[in-house]
Design a protein around this ligand. Structure first.
Ligand code: RB5
Length: 150
């Protein structure tokens, strides 16, 4: 699968573990860094990863920061993005099966490299179940076409 990956300095080690895991498991990765622990701004990586998805350069995205919170909040402001901050395997599974999440967010603070491998395995293999879930996703996707009121 083609995956686009980005992280800030707060998830430098988690990004490395994620990148290695994806490559070892045969995935093709667009790696946007960050490539050191120097301080950077997480929205810049959100922008790169979400752009890849909209341009269909990748099928799914992975974003990592200290907590995963900033990445998920920012990514969900981008059109066409359904980002899920995930800590547990059942969340990884349900975020794909029910919410059709296209970005997995993880935080280095609470997710080990080993756990990340398990979350990735689940997220990348779980299919969207369509049916009633497609109806629900369509309801909030429609909001993207409305004019902002606040
Ligand atoms: C960076 O200090 C930290 O704020 C960032 O990694 C992330 O956790 C933001 O939500």
């Amino acid at each position: 699968m083609k995956i686009t990956l980005g992280a800030d300095h707060g998830a430098f080690h988690l990004r490395e573990a994620t990148l290695n895991y994806l490559k070892e498991n045969g995935h093709e990765v667009i790696d946007h860094g960050t490539y050191s622990t120097d301080s950077v701004d997480y929205p810049d990586f959100v922008d790169l990863v979400c752009r890849d998805l909209r341009e269909e350069k990748a099928e799914l995205g992975i974003l990592c920061c200290t907590t995963g919170l900033g990445m998920s909040i920012a990514a969900n402001k981008q059109p066409g993005i359904r980002a899920a901050l995930v800590h547990y395997n059942d969340e990884a599974s349900l975020s794909r099966r029910h919410n059709n999440a296209n970005v997995l967010c993880m935080g280095q603070l609470h997710t080990t490299a080993h756990e990340a491998g398990q979350l990735l395995d689940t997220f990348l293999s779980a299919p969207f179940e369509e049916g009633r879930h497609a109806r629900r996703v369509a309801k909030f996707t429609a909001w993207e076409n409305q004019n902002p009121t606040v």
